[in-house]
Design a protein around this ligand. Sequence first.
Ligand code: F6P
Length: 548
Amino acid sequence: MASSLVTPTDGPRRLRSWQALATAAQSAREVHLRELFAADPDRGLRLRVTGGGLELDYAKQRVTDAIVADLVALSEEAGLPERRDAMFTGARINTSEQRSVLHVALRMPRGRALIVDGVDVVGQVHGVLDRMGRFANAVRSGAHRGYTGKTIRNVINIGIGGSDLGPVMVDGALSAFRNPDLRLRFVSNVDADAILDATRDLDPAETLIIVSSKTFTTRETMTNAHTARSWLVAGIGDEAAVAHHVVAVSTNADGVRAFGIDPDNMFGFWDWVGGRYSLDSAIGLSTMIAIGPDRFAELLGGFHSMDDHFRAAPAAVNLPVLMGVLAVWNRNFLGAGTTAVLPYSQHLHRFPAYLQQLTMESNGKHVTASGQPVDYDTGAIYWGEPGTNGQHSFYQLLHQGTTLVPADLIGILQPTEPVGDHQDFLLANLVAQAEALAFGRTAQELRDEGVDEALVAHKLMPGNRPTSVIFAERLTPATLGALVALYEHSVFVQSVIWGIDAFDQWGVELGKKLATAIADEITRPVEPDLGHDSSTNALIRRIRQARA
Ligand code: F6P
């Protein structure tokens, strides 16, 4: 809940449609999905939309047509059409950082003009894509060799947050499209085990290191990059090897130069790309090397098709708008504090982790864009695991626990490779779970099935758990791009309704500052004056003692 100590704002609660929804929610909370389907047997045929190559079935959300109409009205009253236009045309909608938000320009087709502050940003984007393409092709073909003349066989991306999670997720999702001769690794954690595990069995003379950092100041990434560089130089035996084996992806040319990487070996992007919105920028260099420039272009095409759909489709059939408003309904009107994302696709196993940054760093905010405290809940907690694994783990709580957990179930209709009946059984599980979550099993049904009376209460399945199902025909670069863009824009829709800035992340700064000071207190030869609380002081002393 939003803190009761804050002064309420005049945010969305004052809007007519919010008030209508608050009234509707009083009864909706008491209505079961069984009743919604009984009163409207064809809702399963009607509450489904397609766009950008994806299908969304939201018939098992706890809404009526009237509620959906009010939710759409809420988005419009909150100014979504204008905010969306402002984003697409480069207005500085990231107000706390005074920045444009133009990840949509990263996937605009060549030749499309978007002039922001007198600069053609689409031209800039394609200039970098062309350089990335030449470099990726050179690595893939063997034309770009290591310092000793060996072929590059390993690529290590060093980055964290948005400079890691997107490329990692895409690496899994598009593994069927990867060049099998190249081994891709990712290092994010500053725990030395990560870089040691990633390099232990590799020949540095065959390894390309991509240091990915928007700011080129992130301590974890810089620490890992220095360690990787030492490993490389020690293994090859010459400082000059760095120029052949280390490239940077960043917006900070000075930082890259200071690290010792020639800016000619840097692939740039811009401050109008947020870290968690950057997998389709130069941050995707490792992806492009793995899948090739043509497949990367298909990925961008998928993003762009969802952008076009978001921009042009009427709200009532607009996937990101519907997903966004349903998320607001579940969060603010049904009181759900968390959302599960359940891909029925092994290759999407890192998609929930990727979404956690996208959703929670964007919408985990306690003040509006103008700095006023909110008096309504904002972003939900996102988490998840691939089905069917989750079914044998945490689904028990989804079905019978006391917390309402709405879920997105993502299914891929065609298998990557047909093997026996795997895909049919996988998809059968997706459908079965959505059905069980919605309708459950009543005591009467259990008795009719002959269940022992002593077990009826235990076996009772309350149901009424809302789900959406998202289908893609195949998991291709294009459908993956569309899927990511769908969630990006859904997050944006939610932020517009909540009146918050989805593109800053001030909440991560305090921890970074404290960690820098505490690292110094841990490593000083003589214990400095520790001015923290008694618990923090004791923890620091315990670590110093362990070091001694
Ligand atoms: O600490 C959070 C954050 O700033 C994210 O927003 C970002 O994706 C990540 O750190 C990495 O930042 P950078 O790419 O500048 O190293």
